[in-house]
Design a protein around this ligand. Structure first.
Ligand SMILES: Nc1ncnc2c1ncn2[C@@H]1O[C@H](COP(=O)(O)OP(=O)(O)OP(=O)(O)O)[C@@H](O)[C@H]1O
Length: 728
């Protein structure tokens, strides 16, 4: 007889052993007004998860967890006398001497949170905590304590993993300490901190300060090239069939290099994340690995580029090899607070260790929440911290304020199976039970989509009595691109939805392509031309801005459109401020626009037009996209910044558009005779514009009754009654 796990209402059960240990339990979202409202979570997985009943052997009730006796006192946290109000004597004195806003904040924390926040600032502090247990709240308290102890806000460095987390922290600190103080703090992601350091000392790492950052696609190309150089070098010698095996036959085919590059990209990523050098690879007898890694590094150097791992490793190098850089950092950052410590890679940890040699370090993390394990992160970071900062204090936060009891218990049951856990944690909550969690295995994307749509209709019906609506449902997926399937299905089933985050049609690249297409249509607005110039001018951002501002100025003075002002300026009809090179660049943009217009006049297929236009977007503009560091199993979460994926999605839209397009009978003859694809293109651009508006309408109050589609990584600020989480 099967015994269900508490908190799970199982439709098709997934063996717990089959759930990856790092399955993220980070379904979050928080404002205090929402505490405890979470009702229902479904986790849907694709077919690679097999069925079974092994999961039923385990139970994870809170009573059992409590009996495990894990309590959150640090190495020196036990034994201090508590007063009636829960404060220790030292805490009372410290809090009593704080400004009233600070002390009010400290008193709003629970005992453990306050114990952590108020701990001696000279002590390295480890705050181990689960989701929704108030980590951010505690970290805010810790920063207040640092400020109170006299550390200037400009000398405090807080590291977070996402820019969203950085702004949330700044905002929360600002509410207590004031906006001006919060503004002075450096709250940064690891990568933007390292980027700044590397740019400041670029010559020391053999780059110029305007070096490029290679994302996934560029990295892949560099790896292909590194493999090709390796093979070329070898082709002069005898081919080593032991290494190449049967691949030796098709050695020159592009497919061969593509396949090889996938494998080697993983190798290069892992080697870089762990700080492995070519010399170390050689030493371990991996000659091929060493050569490819060496080739890859040389390619990046010759292209004046760094990848995301380089940013961290070069920062470590700067601090290690250049005492003046180290000194400057020590003077600048007198206290360091690190959020999501569980996600730090070995390299990032080395960086932290160097930055924190003054011991003023606070790490906050959850060993059960490692969602960046691919990034070289592992739990040993906590152990390394204990070893490297021996007089550390550890505080464990174990009360979940956010989720219902069923969710807390279900999550704990799953997490218990994580053999890599540092220490067992006894998570508890005072919140109500809520609804049970459902796990459903789906065998295809379509089945997954249908299941979710049924669930949405079901919960919207059930909950309508409880005044619940589409607005309380969120669908989370790993990669933005997965959201498109739902957008199509929801549109068909008339389910209102909104896309949270940088939605596809709002991507800079997509907007640039659409703007380029729009310039061929009558009545194109100045905004589209402005966007086209931004995308096509090859100069640096600041210079582009100046050029565009100048065109705007001329267009205002002459009371003409942006494009006519641009034509006059670049054909030198307006005497002007531009250098010859700028005039040439501007003329090139105008020539490109003319080419696009000719293409639309002669080409009948809008797919062909879009493909050509997408390929006109300069590589440099694509690289200008915001840095993305979230990689998952070797894939970048927003890899659709890669022009090929963007193009693929637009072409899918074209197919869908053509298959559903209705042409009034009276227009059919005209369209058949039309040269080029003006009409179809116009209808397509209108459709895309409408979709973009539709996706973002939830930002307006009157449209909050719609299902939210978003990635797991963007969900932090969101909270819904019903979460449907896709495993695939
Ligand atoms: N001591 C407390 N008393 C009441 N509510 C609290 C307390 N601490 C935190 N909360 C509430 O719990 C929720 C989660 O807090 P917070 O965002 O600080 O947690 P977190 O651990 O950082 O979350 P995450 O899992 O996203 O990392 C917030 O709504 C917060 O107001």
């Amino acid at each position: 007889m099967e015994t269900p796990i508490r908190g799970f209402s199982t439709i098709n059960r997934v063996p717990l052993a089959d759930i990856p240990v790092n399955t993220p339990p980070r379904f979050a979202g928080h404002t205090s007004s929402f505490i405890g409202h979470e009702k229902h979570i479904s986790v849907s997985r694709s077919k690679d998860v097999s069925l079974g009943n092994k999961s039923m052997e385990r139970t994870g009730s809170s009573v059992e967890l409590e009996n495990m006796g894990i309590f959150g006192f640090g190495s020196d946290g036990i034994g201090e006398c508590k007063e009636e109000n829960g404060l220790s004597n030292t805490q009372s004195i410290k809090i009593g001497s704080m400004p009233s806003e600070f002390s009010k904040y400290m008193l709003s924390l629970n005992d453990r949170q306050r114990e952590a926040a108020c701990c001696e600032i000279s002590k390295p502090l480890m705050i181990a905590a689960g989701p929704g247990s108030g980590k951010t709240s505690t970290m805010v308290g810790r920063v207040l304590m640092l400020l109170h102890e006299g550390i200037s806000p400009s000398n405090i460095l807080a590291m977070t993993f996402t820019t969203a987390a950085a702004s949330e922290m700044r905002e929360r600190i600002g509410k207590v300490a004031g906006k001006a103080v919060a503004k002075e703090l450096t709250i940064s992601t690891f990568h933007s901190f390292s980027l700044q350091l590397c740019r400041s000392y670029a010559e020391k790492i053999e780059r110029t300060s305007d070096f490029l950052i290679y994302g996934h696609a560029q990295q892949r190309r560099a790896v292909i090239e590194a493999v090709r150089i390796f093979e070329n070098g070898k082709s002069n010698k005898k081919i080593d069939s032991r290494i190449l095996g049967e691949e030796a036959n098709g050695i020159t085919s592009p497919q061969y290099f593509k396949d090889m590059s996938k494998r080697w990209q993983k190798f290069v990523t892992q080697a870089k994340a762990s700080g492995k050098t070519t010399a170390e690879c050689f030493k371990m007898g991996d000659e091929m690995g060493a050569t490819i890694l060496g080739n890859y590094n040389d390619i990046l150097k010759s292209c004046n580029a760094l990848d995301y791992h380089d940013l961290i490793s070069c920062s470590v190098k700067l601090l290690t090899d250049y005492p003046e850089v180290f000194r400057e950092c020590q003077e600048s950052w007198k206290a360091i607070v690190i959020d999501e410590f569980q996600d730090t890679s070995a390299m990032q940890y080395s960086l932290l260790k160097m930055l924190s040699s003054h011991n003023h370090i606070t790490i906050v993390g959850d060993d059960d929440q490692s969602i960046f394990s691919f990034n070289g992160a592992d739990n040993s970071g906590f152990d390394s911290f204990r070893k490297d900062f021996p007089n550390y204090k550890e505080v464990r936060l174990n009360k979940n304020y956010r989720s219902t009891r069923y969710i807390v218990e279900a999550a704990s049951s799953v997490i218990q199976n994580n053999i890599k856990r540092c220490r067992l944690k006894n998570v508890d909550t005072d919140n109500s039970c809520g609804s049970k969690v459902i796990i459903k295995e789906c065998h295809s994307e379509d089945a997954q989509c249908s299941f979710i749509i049924d669930k949405i209709f079901e919960s919207a019906t059930i909950d309508s009595t409880a005044k619940c609506s589409y607005g309380n449902i969120a669908i989370l997926y790993r990669r933005q691109v997965s959201g498109k399937v739902f957008q199509t299905a929801f549109r068909e089933r008339k389910i209102p939805f909104n896309v949270h985050g940088v939605a596809f049609y709002r991507k800079k690249v997509v907007r640039a392509i659409i703007a380029m297409l729009r310039t061929t249509l009558p009545g194109c607005d100045d905004g589209s031309y402005r966007r086209v110039f931004k995308a096509l001018l090859p100069s640096e951002k600041e210079e582009k801005k100046r050029v565009i501002e100048h065109i705007d100025k001329i267009s205002t003075v002459r009371k003409c459109s942006f494009i006519s002002a641009a034509c006059d300026i670049f054909s030198a009809k307006v005497s002007g401020t531009f250098k010859r090179s700028q005039l040439t660049q501007g003329r090139k943009v105008l020539i490109t626009l003319e080419m696009i217009s000719k293409l639309v006049n002669r080409e009948q297929s809008i797919s062909a037009v879009i493909t050509s236009v997408a390929n006109m977007v300069p590589q440099k503009y694509l690289l200008e996209q915001r840095a993305v560091v979230d990689v998952d199993a070797g894939k970048y979460l927003n890899e659709d910044n890669d022009i090929r994926s963007v193009l693929q999605f637009l072409l899918d839209d074209v197919s869908e558009f053509l298959s559903t397009r209705c042409v009034p009978p009276e227009r059919e003859k005209d369209l058949a005779e039309e040269k080029g694809c003006h009409s179809a293109l116009k209808a397509f651009v209108d459709l895309i514009t409408e979709r973009e508006t539709e996706n973002f309408r939830s930002r307006r109050e009157d449209n909050k009754n719609s299902v939210t589609l978003t990635t797991i990584h963007q969900v932090v600020f969101y909270f819904r009654h019903c979460l449907l989480i896709l495993g695939s």
